[in-house]
Ligand binder design. Structure first.
Ligand code: NAD
Length: 298
């Protein structure tokens, strides 16, 4: 079997376009643009790239983007003060604090300060709680993007055996919750799981969110499995090259021989994350401004 390549890049482009159309009708109804504020503390180069691309994506989707760049030595009070102002600002529908924060700042405290109604990253404990009891709230962007790809490919997931490798609060746990809500039979595997290979082998759906390059090989997978590779790992550069290749947690070439479908890295889950961030912000804008949005429209 040669697996079908799940084209996350194309799916994400379609979602961004739809969000852009909703942004135009939102602006007509609300008399203002939907807005996302991104707060960056410090000079981390990867974070700067992420923040820039989030800002650009907002503008391309007819939304307003507000960037707050703060120095490495920003105090706790200063940062919490910025969040308080954004919480109170009617032009801001979504607030995202780019992680990681410098060591002297407590990420949990900072996330807890964001209004749950503007927490478009879905990291606030209120939104995590809503997800776990099946109430509507904001769901973290990466797992929601994975779910959209799975629903698009498989339709009804009822009764399917799903294994999520990784139990982080931002990917593994919410992913498992979403699969459970979709009536899959879910196992969360992690670094202490015994005989991980045989656990993964029984899965119809595998979601790998570990951070270990090409860990999942051909002999880990059931014939016909659907594989969602969340991992982003940079290999050491080959001779004469400046940068190493980006690979996922799954050995794409090997897995393609047994899986029915698989997301590539890059071009799979990665592009979905920003697209879902825009989608969540658009949903927040409708709720905050009291403009109706049909359930499931986005
Ligand atoms: P994390 O480090 O917080 O969690 C990793 C998880 O993997 C842990 O729960 C741990 O128990 C598990 N793990 C570690 N070693 C293991 C092993 N040998 N066997 C089984 N499980 C093991 O990471 P995270 O934030 O959840 O991210 C996971 C990966 O996904 C990383 O590569 C990250 O870069 C990537 N990621 C991608 C996106 C995206 O937009 N595509 C978004 C978030 C994270």
């Amino acid at each position: 079997m040669t697996a079908e390549r799940i084209d996350g890049k194309a799916f994400a482009a379609g979602l961004r376009e739809r969000v852009g159309e909703f942004a135009v009708s939102f602006e007509q109804a609300a008399g203002r643009k939907a807005g996302l504020a991104v707060v960056l503390v410090g000079e981390d180069p990867a974070s700067q790239v992420y923040v820039r691309s989030k800002g650009k994506a907002c503008l391309a989707a007819n939304m307003a983007s507000f960037e707050h760049k703060l120095g490495d030595d920003t105090s706790r009070e200063e940062l919490l003060g910025v969040i308080d102002k954004l919480n109170a600002d009617d032009a801001v529908d979504g607030i995202l604090v780019q992680l990681p924060l410098p060591d002297h700042l407590d990420e949990q405290e900072v996330i807890a300060r964001i209004s749950p109604d503007k927490d478009v990253d879905g990291f606030h404990v209120i939104n995590a709680g809503r997800l776990s009891v099946g109430q509507s709230g904001f769901v973290p962007c990466t797992p929601l993007g994975c779910m959209m790809l799975l629903a698009d490919r498989l339709g009804d997931l009822s009764g399917l055996e799903a294994v999520v490798i990784g139990r982080s609060n931002i990917v593994g746990k919410p992913m498992a919750q979403l699969l459970l809500d979709a009536n899959a039979t879910v196992t969360i595997a992690h670094s202490r799981t015994k005989d991980l290979k045989s656990v993964v082998k029984r899965a119809d759906i595998v979601v790998a969110a570990v951070g270990r390059p090409e860990m999942v090989g051909k002999d880990w997978l059931k014939d016909g499995a659907t594989v969602i590779d969340v991992g982003i790992n940079r290999l050491p550069p080959e001779e004469g090259k400046e940068k190493g290749k980006l690979v996922g947690d799954v050995d794409y070439g090997e897995a393609s021989e047994v899986a029915a479908a698989i997301t590539p890295v890059p071009g799979g889950v990665g592009p979905m994350t920003i697209a879902v961030l825009l989608r969540n912000t658009m949903v927040a804008a409708h709720r905050n401004a009291g403009v109706a949005l049909e359930e499931g429209a986005l």
